[in-house]
Design a protein around this ligand. Structure first.
Ligand code: MRU
Length: 350
C-alpha cells in the first residue's frame, strides 16, 4: 500500500517531509501558506503531481482566514496567494494547472457567499487528489502491459507514491507488474544532486518487496552495454505538444544511452503534466537551484565553497528518444504531434 504523501487533515495540510527519508518517516501538519511554500521550494514535498496537490491545498490555507466582504476583495487576496505559490518552483506544470483550476472554480462561483466559495474550493482541491489517485492506477495498468516477467527496469529520480497522492507514475508501473505476478528487477539511479533515487525510490521499492539495486548515475551506460537493462521507466514534470519531456536532470542522458543500446525508454505521466500550449521542449522553463546542492551531499561539503556551480534541476528529452508515453488515457506513440492531439482534446473537454 502506498504511503499517504499529502492530504488534508484537521484543517491542515499533512505531508511527509521527504528530506528526512529514508531515515525518518516524519509527517508535518502545516496551516501556513508561507511554510507550505518553503516545503515545496526545499523539496519536503516534491514530484510533479504532489507539487500540484500542494498548490491546490496551499490556496485553501491562503484563503481560509479571509475576512473579505465581497467576491472582488476575496478574489484579490486569492490571486495574491496563487501568485505566491506559483513562485515556488517553475518547471512542473502540475502546479500551475492546479492553481488555474482553483482560480477558475472561484470565478465560476463568484455569485455565492464567501463561506460557500471556501467550501467549494476545498472540494475542488480534494477532487484533484482523488483524480490523481485514479490516474495513478490507470497509468500503472497501461504501463504494466509493457512489462514482461523477468524484465530488468531502470528508473531515475522518484516517480513513486511520494511524488503523487497514490501509487506514483513510473514506479506505479513496477508496483502493478509485481502485483500481477511478474517478477521484475529494478535498478535505481541515485540521482545527484539531491539523491531522490537513492533516498526515496529504493525505499519505496523495498517497501513493496521488489528486487532493487542502487547504482550511481554514471553507471547506467555500463549496465546497458552489458545487456543488464531491458526497459527504462521515468516520470515527467512537463510534456510539450510534440512529446518533448522535461524530467529530473540526467533523464536525457539515459534516453540517449537507451537509444544507443536499443533499450526501450518510456515516460509515464498524467494529463496534468502536459502543457499543450508549448510547441516543443525548448519553451519549458528549467529551474536552476542553489549551488550548495552540488557542493554538498546531505549537508556535508564535498567541493571548495568558492567553486562555481551550474545546477539545473531538469533537462528535456527530445521526443524522438521516447518509445512511448503512458498516461491514464492510454499509451501514446510517435508521431507524438499527432497522437497527443487526442489527449489535448480530452484535457480541453474536462
Ligand atoms: O525535483 P523533484 O524531486 O521534484 O523532481 C521530480 C521528478 O523529476 C520526477 O521524476 C517527476 O516530477 C515525476 S513525479 C511522478
Amino acid at each position: 500500500m502506498p504511503v499517504e504523501t499529502i492530504s488534508w487533515k484537521n484543517v491542515r495540510v499533512r505531508y511527509i517531509d521527504q528530506t528526512m527519508l529514508p531515515q525518518k518517516l516524519k509527517y508535518v501538519d502545516c496551516d501556513d501558506v508561507r511554510r507550505l511554500w518553503n516545503a515545496i521550494k526545499n523539496l519536503e514535498i516534491r514530484g510533479a503531481p504532489a507539487i500540484g496537490i500542494a498548490g491546490a491545498l496551499g490556496v485553501i490555507l491562503g484563503v481560509k482566514d479571509s475576512k473579505a466582504k465581497s467576491f472582488d476583495e476575496f478574489f484579490e487576496g486569492m490571486e495574491r496567494v496563487i501568485k505566491f505559490l506559483a513562485s515556488s518552483r517553475p518547471t512542473a506544470i502540475n502546479l500551475f494547472w492546479a492553481l488555474d483550476r482553483m482560480e477558475c472554480v472561484a470565478k465560476e462561483n463568484s455569485d455565492k457567499p464567501i463561506a460557500e466559495i471556501k467550501k467549494i474550493l476545498l472540494k475542488e482541491a480534494l477532487k484533484i487528489i482523488a483524480e490523481d489517485k485514479k490516474s495513478c492506477r490507470a497509468m500503472a495498468r497501461y504501463g504494466a502491459r509493457l512489462v514482461k516477467k523477468g524484465d530488468a527496469i531502470l528508473t531515475h529520480c522518484n516517480a513513486g507514491g511520494l511524488a503523487t497522492a497514490d501509487y506514483g507514475t513510473a514506479l506505479g508501473v513496477l508496483f502493478e507488474a509485481k502485483r500481477q505476478g511478474k517478477a521484475i528487477k529494478a535498478y535505481v539511479d541515485e540521482t545527484r544532486p539531491l539523491l531522490q533515487g537513492a533516498r526515496l525510490t529504493t525505499w519505496e521499492l523495498l517497501n513493496e518487496g521488489i528486487d532493487t539495486t542502487l547504482i550511481c548515475d554514471n553507471m547506467a551506460a555500463s549496465l546497458m552495454a552489458n545487456g543488464k537493462i531491458d526497459k527504462i521507466f521515468v516520470g515527467a514534470d512537463r510534456i510539450a505538444q510534440n512529446g518533448d519531456t522535461a524530467n529530473k536532470i540526467g533523464t536525457y542522458n539515459l534516453a540517449i544511452l537507451a537509444k544507443h543500446h536499443n533499450v526501450l525508454f518510456y515516460v509515464v505521466a498524467p494529463l496534468s503534466s502536459f502543457d499543450f500550449r508549448l510547441k516543443s521542449g525548448a519553451d519549458i522553463p528549467i529551474e536552476e537551484r542553489d549551488g550548495n546542492e552540488v557542493r554538498m551531499i546531505l549537508g556535508k561539503q564535498i567541493a571548495p565553497s568558492k567553486v562555481k556551480v551550474y545546477n539545473p534541476a531538469f533537462d528535456v528529452t527530445p521526443n524522438e528518444y521516447i518509445t512511448a508515453i503512458i498516461t491514464e488515457e492510454g499509451i501514446f506513440r510517435k508521431p507524438y504531434k499527432k497522437s497527443l492531439e487526442r489527449l489535448n482534446a480530452i484535457k480541453r473537454y474536462r
